[in-house]
Design a protein around this ligand. Structure first.
Ligand code: NAD
Length: 472
């Protein structure tokens, strides 16, 4: 039998000791990950702690190289990741998914986001630096599993942390595939093994394990109302990127043709599964017909009352307490598929269905995540803003206005109080696509961090040198 070298023995001892410490004495799951994929949370966290310690021992320049490699992989694999995601989740549109991976690669800030602050004066020099927490436990949604992972990983690693992902069960295969490739690419540029980890069988139980594991310092949770609520109740600091239901208001001063195009572009992007996507429109009566006409000219199809009724019946089910619940089978499906469900034959190129509803309609009040856009005709802009804010349900996520009236724009921006507010553009302009500013896939409204970036995952540390180094 071949003898193990001293180095091999040291590594084995380190791993066993790490696991015993973290699991309170039990050996836990297998400790050796397959490029970041583990069979249990405990093993993933153990490996992640080790990776984070190795990362902070490296130079900032090396961290930058790791980030560059992640960006490159995301660009090169954009189509591969998109096809696999579409196949596994059945939601969205291939070309939009490809763009989402490119945005994650190019618009996510890196190490430049970690700007130190300093004061100099009679009593010397004080600096504040951004320090990492350690291991971040992250939950990803089914709607953009890999772009969220890439965006989150860039932010988390740029700030010197490591990450354990609990992917959405219905996107676990593409998530595991991406984690393996990401780790290979990180190691290929000299980064530590297992900087990004995940588990092979994510469940609600593993979410809870991650939420309470003592090796996890903070949580980053991106998802719907259930997981947002669970994260807010967890014992750890949680950065919560919860649901939205973004309204778009169109007043009589707007460039109606442009508004129609922008709303269809934003609302139909990836079949309306983006949390920022336009989900309902409130339009002033005097320009409502013109808006609808322009939307149809731009590629939408208008449904009549009977057709909307039929679509509502297939798009919503009754929940456990009789409340309307979105039919997951139709979430992210193409407009022509929705049309087919109600007996309408449509071209596959159809981007969006539209139709007039009242403001209390379930399509207005629920986050439907499918390309049917309810349009509510209102008396004036006051009524539009009031009903738009009600439909947003206080998520404080995203709202949009199309107007040339500066008072209306200002008032809605103040009153909506959302994390993202877009004026005269598609919703995605608010995350840097066609608008200024950086991009993110985790918009933390409930906990207030806003558009997450590397600095979101840092602790501020102050260092004071007394009486010296004011050199002027
Ligand atoms: P989802 O809530 O179904 O799933 C998200 C994750 O949470 C999954 O990993 C899932 O397993 C887990 N989960 C779900 N319910 C849970 C519970 N009760 N306890 C513990 N874990 C639970 O979300 P989805 O449908 O995949 O994604 C769409 C939702 O995410 C929408 O509501 C959308 O608005 C929101 N979203 C928000 C942002 C943002 O930045 N704020 C970004 C993307 C998506």
């Amino acid at each position: 039998m071949q003898k193990a070298s001293e180095d091999q023995i040291r590594k084995i001892v380190e791993e066993v000791v790490g696991r015993v410490v973290l699991s309170g004495g039990s050996a836990g799951e297998a400790s050796v990950g397959d490029n970041g994929v583990f069979s249990g949370i405990d093993a993933a966290v153990t490996a992640s702690i080790k990776a984070q310690q190795a990362l902070v021992a490296m130079t900032i320049e090396q961290r930058g190289k790791i980030i560059d490699a992640i960006r490159k992989l995301s660009r090169e694999r954009a189509e591969d990741f998109s096809r696999r995601t579409l196949e596994e989740t059945g939601m969205g549109r291939l070309e939009d998914k490809i763009q989402k991976h490119r945005v994650a690669a190019d618009a996510t800030p890196g190490i430049e986001d970690l700007e130190a602050k300093s004061w100099t004066g009679d009593h010397g020099l004080t600096v504040v630096e951004m320090a990492p927490y350690g291991v971040v436990g992250a939950i990803t949604p089914s709607t953009h599993p890999v772009p969220t992972m890439i965006n989150n990983a860039i932010c988390i690693i740029a700030s010197g942390n490591s990450v354990v992902f609990n992917a959405h069960p219905s996107a676990k295969n593409v998530s595991m595939y991406a984690v393996r490739l990401l780790n290979q690419t990180i190691e290929s540029v000299g980064g530590p093994a297992n900087l990004i980890t995940t588990i092979a069988e994510p469940t609600l139980d593993t979410v809870n394990e991650l939420f309470t594991h003592r090796g996890v310092r903070i949580l980053l949770v991106t998802g719907g109302p259930g997981v947002a609520k669970a994260a807010l109740a967890s014992p750890k600091k949680a950065i919560v990127a919860g649901p939205g239901n973004p309204p778009a208001v169109v007043d009589e001063t707007a460039d109606i043709r442009k508004a129609a195009g922008d709303i269809i572009d934003g609302g139909s992007f990836d079949n309306n599964i983006l949390c920022i996507g336009e989900k309902q429109v409130f339009v002033v009566d005097s320009v409502a017909d013109e808006l609808k006409r322009n939307m149809v000219e731009y590629g939408a199809k208008e449904l009549n009352v009977e057709q909307i009724k039929k679509l509502t019946e297939v798009a919503f089910k009754s929940g456990p307490n009789g409340e309307p619940t979105v039919n997951r089978d139709l979430v992210g499906k193409s407009a022509w598929v929705l049309a087919e469900h109600i007996g309408i034959k449509a071209e596959e190129s159809l981007r969006m269905l539209i139709g007039e509803t009242t403001s209390d309609h379930v399509f207005v009040q629920e986050e439907q995540m499918m390309p049917f856009l309810p349009i509510v005709r209102v008396r004036d802009v006051d009524e539009a803003i009031r009903l738009a804010i009600i439909s947003e349900h206080g998520y404080k996520h995203t709202a949009i206005i199309h107007s040339k009236n500066i008072d209306n724009m200002h008032r809605m921006a103040c009153e909506a109080d959302t994390t993202i507010f877009v004026k005269n553009g598609p919703s995605f302009a608010g995350v840097g696509l066609g608008g200024e500013g950086f991009g993110t896939y985790s918009i933390a409204g409930p906990t207030g961090e806003g558009l997450t970036s590397p600095r979101t995952f840092t602790r501020q540390r102050r260092c004071a040198l007394v009486d010296y180094f004011r050199i002027t």
